[in-house]
Design a protein around this ligand. Structure first.
Ligand code: FAD
Ligand code: MLT
Ligand code: ZN
Length: 478
């Protein structure tokens, strides 16, 4: 591996040969935006940023990295939130941003095939042009790429209906560490001939290969879609005990989410925001109150299908405990207005400082208790220091986003406290963002020794020189 920023002789020339001098960036100003992650918590210098134009050029860059034993960080939209998309110790960055063509979009086969650097938004536009959708959506759609979403096995707001990225995959093309290319893009739903290349890549975080093309299954655009923002109040209101208030309204939200999941057909999204996050979004983005300004939390519900789900939804929500007001929209502009209160949490939180973004899943039965207890445990772990804890998330699948603002980027005491709480309660330390470098310290607690052995053997088989995203996902052997 290349030492810090010591560049092996001949390496830059090999990369320049591979991608052309205009796309082999070594000027610090040109490299800067590739060296810092979205949160501003992670990053480091790159010895070079290579911007290949196609699979062939990606293969040549990887062959050069292998030959010169230089670590390489694949990078898509650089919207990852766990520090896996940026260099740490002078690796090369391999940006997929120029591989951005949609290659085919076929409603009859129900399949879109696009290059890995295609943004989610561009793929959504292509799908819409044939009256189809992707069944996956995240707020970073304008920058996040299909390759990055495969590599992180992205989740998002439609997981409860269509599953995460791995469930949408119809195939991938991948360049392996030595520059060889493996491709299976057929999109056949039934195709049992051995190991599944796409599934091996899903969630591999750039450690097993570089995804260069992605095939995704399409779903039909529904005839009806309705969005409701439901204001909720818990039974406990005591400024002396805010934790009890959060636990209480979380219990109301979980109970409503479970009931909607069970009794309403076609639920696409069940998203939860709390009063402090709502106030922050409204202030940062100058948005009006959506409904009941004194609510403790809001559940955003979306349902769609061949029949109008409004009546069924209204009946299921109106009678539920803790509901105070409902704002409903069934047109695109109105729905976008309601979604803004939820989707814009990430950017509003980032206005407060560099966040520690902890993305966890809890069993539904432990969600409310965890949500109530987490702030106090973080504060205790940090010796009572002034830390803000802002919660929101995809309550329909037990996924809570725990955002800490206050601790220094390299202060892990609050992160560790949250992960310990999650493991004690039978949850996962990474619901959808991946491990990256942010959660490395907890992988060994979250996976059995047998699991880790399999992961290491797969890694060694596909990347024997250890050049692909070194230091990400797999903790060093003790
Ligand atoms: P990058 O950030 O560039 O990379 C992420 C990881 O994938 C890195 O380890 C990188 O090395 C690897 N990688 C990238 N491209 C490739 C490739 N072609 N081949 C191999 N490895 C590659 N995530 C969710 O899951 N759900 C959400 O709802 C969600 N919402 C978000 C909202 C906002 C506002 C933001 C900023 C982020 C959000 N994210 C969400 C996180 C992020 O968008 C996802 O992790 C996304 O999948 C990253 O895609 P990317 O192209 O930006 O990848
Ligand atoms: C979201 O659901 O909005 C994301 O996962 C991003 C975040 O956690 O901030
Ligand atoms: Zn999320």
């Amino acid at each position: 591996m290349a030492d810090s920023l010591q560049v092996p002789q001949g390496f830059l020339a090999a990369v320049s040969d591979a991608v052309g001098p205009d796309h082999c960036l070594s000027d610090p100003d040109l490299k800067a935006s590739y060296e810092l992650d979205w949160t501003r918590r992670f990053g480091g210098p790159a010895i070079v940023v290579a911007r290949p134009a196609d699979t062939f050029e990606v293969a040549k860059v990887l062959a050069a990295c292998s030959r010169f034993r230089v670590g390489v960080v694949p990078q898509g939209g650089n919207t990852g939130l766990v520090g896996g998309s940026v260099p740490r110790h002078g690796e090369a960055v391999l940006s997929l941003s120029r591989l951005n063509r949609v290659l085919s979009c076929d409603p009859e086969e129900g399949l879109i095939v696009a290059e890995a650097g295609t943004t989610l938004a561009a793929a959504q536009v292509a799908a819409a042009s044939v009256r189809s959708e992707l069944g996956i959506d995240i707020a970073a759609r304008d920058s996040a790429t299909l390759g990055g979403m495969v590599a992180t096995n992205a989740g998002g707001v439609h997981v409860i209906r269509y599953g995460p990225m791995r469930a949408r995959l119809g195939g991938v093309e991948v360049v392996l560490a030595d520059g060889s290319v493996a491709s299976r893009l057929s999109g056949l739903v039934k195709d049992n001939v051995g190991y599944d290349l796409a599934q091996i890549m899903a969630g591999s975080e750039g450690t097993l290969g570089v995804v260069t093309k992605v095939a995704l299954h399409l779903v039909a655009v529904p005839l009806f879609r309705v969005t409701a923002l439901v204001a909720l109040r818990g039974t406990e209101h005591s400024s002396a005990n805010p934790a009890a208030g959060v636990a209480s309204v979380s219990k109301v939200a979980v109970s409503l989410a479970l009931s909607l999941r069970r009794h309403v057909d076609g639920i696409d999204a069940l998203e939860l925001v709390y009063a402090d996050g709502m106030a922050l979004v409204r202030e940062a983005l100058a948005l009006p109150a959506p409904s009941d300004p004194g609510a403790d939390a809001w559940l955003l519900v979306e349902a769609s299908g061949g029949q109008d789900p409004s009546d069924m939804l209204a009946r299921a929500i109106e009678d539920a405990t803790g509901v105070t007001e409902i704002a409903v929209a069934d047109d695109a502009a109105g729905r976008a207005r309601l979604w803004a209160y939820r989707e814009r949490h990430t950017e509003a939180i980032a206005t407060l400082g560099v966040p520690h973004k902890l993305d966890v899943t809890l069993p539904m039965k432990n969600f409310a208790e965890f949500a109530g207890a987490v702030s106090a445990e973080v504060s205790a772990a940090l010796g009572g220091s002034d830390t803000r804890v802002i919660l929101f998330g995809h309550v329909g699948d037990g996924n809570l986003h725990v955002n800490l603002i206050g601790p220094e980027p390299e202060d892990y005491r609050g992160d560790d406290a949250v992960f310990e709480m999650v493991i004690r309660r039978g949850g996962s330390i990474s619901a959808e963002h991946g491990v990256g470098v942010a959660k490395l310290g907890f992988v060994s607690s979250a996976r059995s020794a047998g699991d880790l052995t399999v992961m290491r053997r797969v890694k060694n088989a596909l990347d024997p020189g250890g050049i692909l995203n070194p230091g990400v996902l797999l903790p060093p052997v003790a």
